[in-house]
Design a protein around this ligand. Structure first.
Ligand code: BGC
Length: 762
């Protein structure tokens, strides 16, 4: 079959290909053999709506496996696992003839309040980027496309369809775009979804800088850009900026606008050709996937969901080795979440699961009648709420149940209504009724384990009083079984935090700048997002980024680091499982230049590896820090620059548990910054050619100042202070000062010669 191209189509046909036919499908051009394809959510399972359609997760969809959302699976820090889950989602999409799954979402968790944090991986761009790339690779390995979203700087839900995220160039490049860049370059998603918001005042759906210059020209993206559902402001401006496909349907209204704009000479037809060609390419890509036969192996996918959920759980605390539970102990399970699990977040990612495991049932499968249950509190809309029992009755029963057992396991969490796409939280606290039940249970039985179900971080005011805490996030449909696996030790927990748990919301870097007002949110914390901030400020946190315990322990040897021929940093460290259980450790590498001309966080994560180690086993773990990840965005030259000098390489079990550090010298990128009359004396002095000459002249100048005891010199305690003050003085302004024995022309000549790299005679 010969492939149709845009030039075979009429203007109207081309325009028709650039917007949806309905909620989930593109338009066909039957005459030309271009079929319609379906794009649907995503990201942690398939949400294919068969009847009613919407982007809010209201109408139900075909049953599909609900894998752990990003907040959960991200805690595995394991690209291989995420790729495997991605492949399973790809299989389910292929069976349902879905061409593109709308995900992954890799926006940075700037504030714990963002209502959609459960759909995102991390507060760190390397984690988000590497895990996002793995997800894309997995889905696309099945011949199904992905849509990397939400591009870009969509870090809150409040006013998400209008607000402008106002971000300085360095944090924009180094924090908010870095993960997207990584996924585009490493995994080539078929499509990228622009976000709803504006970025520095410009709608992302019509920003040529974002959609074309950065995404295509700099990063080499060659797929299709689709709008978030309803993100189009002005269609003609959008298509010219690089927004190829508008979703969902516009009822033909915006297609007509495109046709009219071309006819009126306001839009170059070539722009429409390009967008239509990309739409055709996407259809061809989708068509090249061999037909996938069902039925879905529901059990196998449920088993994978259970494994993934087990790997997502983070053991925050385990004093006195309270966990794992031994099956012969009596256990009081308290908390309605044990029987009425929360396993995913609300909104467009809402999956209709093939089944749902509750932790209570799974615990009873192991512990039998040694497992007692008291709901403790009601969850709005749940069975306990419907029973009409009072809070006092429920609490009293919980205390009685806890008293009678060896161990109490208290399931606390955020009610579904508190976190969702479309709005943010305004606090990070667990409901007070739950905290009261916990306090009462703790008093009755100090052997208490807390299991948390939440999509966004919650404050843990009880963390010092409770001996064991399990952060089980939202774990997907098999989460209940996975929690039982971890509590009884069938699975050794290995998840680590991809975001900091702060002591108080007020400590968070975005506090005071979130969620903004009057259509603008200023990212005032700049580069210091997440742990970068807490470390820079030396703030206490409840649990740091990268933290997570195991039922075994790991020791680290002395790390080594060297620069490879490609300029990357190769790090090696021996890690030993020093306990008597097999386990997994997430080895983390943080870097910081010893000295820098630019603002830097005390440490930044640059590489990590999830390593399985049998009891007693030692393995040499190799990690690579890519040279490009060392770079900061230099606003003087508008590009990433690797600064030369010594870098401290820290090998760590968490951002606050550094096990070994080594210093490695790195050669910097050459940047050429021509000297001008506005260059500071410091810049000129640092110049290899001009420096020595200027130093000579300045030396005399400083001597003269001191000798005459001028007021300028007498203000300074010593020569050193004088030199520091002079360092920021523009060279051009010095000419004519007493003691500066050079003319304007001579300085001009000197700078010109220095800029040409010519040695100037003294
Ligand atoms: C969400 C997207 C989603 C789309 C389609 C939008 O509201 O922001 O993430 O893919 O709807 O459901």
């Amino acid at each position: 079959m010969t492939e149709i191209s845009a030039s075979d189509l009429t203007l109207e046909e081309k325009a028709s290909l650039t917007s949806g036919a309905d909620f989930w499908t593109t338009k066909a051009v039957e005459r030309a053999g271009i079929r319609s394809i379906m794009m649907t959510d995503g990201p942690h399972g398939l949400r294919k709506q068969a009847g009613g359609t919407d982007h809010l997760g209201l109408a139900s969809s075909v049953p599909a496996t609900c894998f752990p959302p990003a907040v959960g699976i991200g805690s595995s820090w394991d690209p291989e696992l995420i790729e495997q889950v991605g492949a399973a989602i790809g299989v389910e999409a292929a069976i349902e003839d879905v061409a593109v799954v709308l995900g992954p979402g890799i926006n940075i968790k700037r504030s714990p309040l963002c209502g959609r944090n459960f759909e995102y991986f991390s507060e760190d761009p390397i984690v988000s980027g590497l895990l996002g790339a793995a997800s894309v690779r997995g889905v696309q390995s099945q011949g199904v496309g992905t849509s990397l979203k939400h591009f870009a700087a969509n870090n809150q839900e409040f006013d998400r369809m209008r607000a402008s995220s106002d971000i300085d160039p360095r944090p924009l490049r180094e924090i908010y775009l870095r993960g997207f860049e990584r996924v585009v370059k490493d995994a080539a998603p078929w499509t990228v979804m622009c976000s709803y918001n504006r970025l520095n005042g410009v709608w992302t759906s019509e920003d040529p800088w974002l959609l074309t210059r950065v995404l295509r020209d700099e990063w080499g993206f060659d797929g299709l850009v689709v709008s978030d559902w309803g993100a189009v402001n002005d269609r003609v401006t959008g298509i010219a900026a690089g927004l190829d496909l508008e979703m969902p349907a516009s009822g033909g209204r915006t297609d007509a606008q495109l046709v009219a704009a071309v006819r009126a000479g306001e839009l170059d037809e070539g722009v429409l050709d390009t967008a239509a060609s990309r739409a055709i390419d996407l259809v061809h890509r989708a068509a090249s996937r061999p037909a996938a036969d069902g039925p879905l192996d529901v059990d196998a996918h449920h088993a994978l969901a259970r494994e993934a959920a087990g790997r997502s759980i983070v053991l925050l605390k385990n004093d006195g080795a309270l966990l794992p539970l031994s099956a012969d102990r009596t256990v009081a399970v308290i908390g309605a979440f044990a029987a009425e699990p929360r396993f995913q977040g609300a909104g467009s990612s809402l999956i209709n699961p093939t089944r749902v495991d509750a932790a209570l049932e799974a615990l009873r499968e192991v512990g039998g009648d040694r497992v007692a249950y008291a709901p403790g509190f009601a969850i709005a809309g749940g069975a306990v709420a419907a029973s009409g029992r009072t809070a006092e009755e429920l609490q009293a029963e919980a205390v009685e149940t806890a008293c009678a057992a060896d161990v109490a396991v208290v399931f606390l969490g955020l009610p579904a209504a508190e976190e969702s796409e479309g709005f943010d939280r305004d606090h990070i606290d667990l409901p007070s009724v739950q905290l009261a039940v916990l306090d009462a249970v703790l008093e009755a039985n100090p052997h208490t384990v807390v299991v948390l179900s939440n999509g966004g971080v919650v404050a843990l005011p009880f963390h010092e009083r409770v001996p064991a805490i399990v952060e089980s996030w939202l774990l997907g449909q098999a989460g209940g079984s996975a929690v039982a696996d971890v509590l009884y030790g069938e699975v050794n927990p290995s998840g680590k935090l991809t975001e900091t748990i702060p002591v108080r919301l007020e400590d968070n870097p975005s506090y005071g700048n979130f969620p903004g007002e009057f259509g603008h949110v200023r990212y005032g914390e700049g580069l210091l997002v997440g742990y970068r901030w807490y470390d820079a400020k030396g703030l206490e946190v409840t649990y740091p980024f990268g933290h997570g315990l195991s039922y075994t322990t790991f020791s680290y040897g002395t790390a080594t680091a060297s620069v490879t021929e490609a300029g990357d940093i190769a790090v090696q460290v021996d890690v030993t499982n020093t306990g008597d259980r097999d386990g997994r450790e997430v080895v983390q590498v943080y870097l910081a230049p010893v000295r820098s001309i630019a603002q830097r966080a005390p440490r930044e994560l640059k590489a990590f590896s999830s390593v399985a180690l049998a009891a007693g086993e030692t393995r040499t773990v190799g990690l690579t820090v890519r040279r490009e990840d060392l770079a900061y965005w230099d606003i003087r030259v508008d590009r990433f620059v690797v600064e030369g000098g010594d870098y401290t390489v820290e090998v760590a079990a968490s951002s606050r548990d550094i096990r070994s550090a080594v210093v490695v010298p790195v050669e910097g990128d050459a940047i050429s910054l021509p000297l001008t009359m506005d260059s500071s004396v410091g810049d000129v002095v640092a110049h290899p050619v001009a420096g020595p000459i200027v130093m000579g002249a300045l030396g005399g100048f400083l001597g003269e100042l001191n000798a005459t005891d001028s007021s300028a010199a007498s203000m300074m305690p010593n020569d050193d202070a004088m030199e520091k003050m002079m360092a920021s003085f523009p060279i051009g302004r010095l000419i004519g000062f007493p003691g500066i024995d050079v003319t304007y022309e001579q300085v001009e000549q000197l700078l010109a010669a220095a800029n040409e790299g010519v040695a100037v005679p003294a």
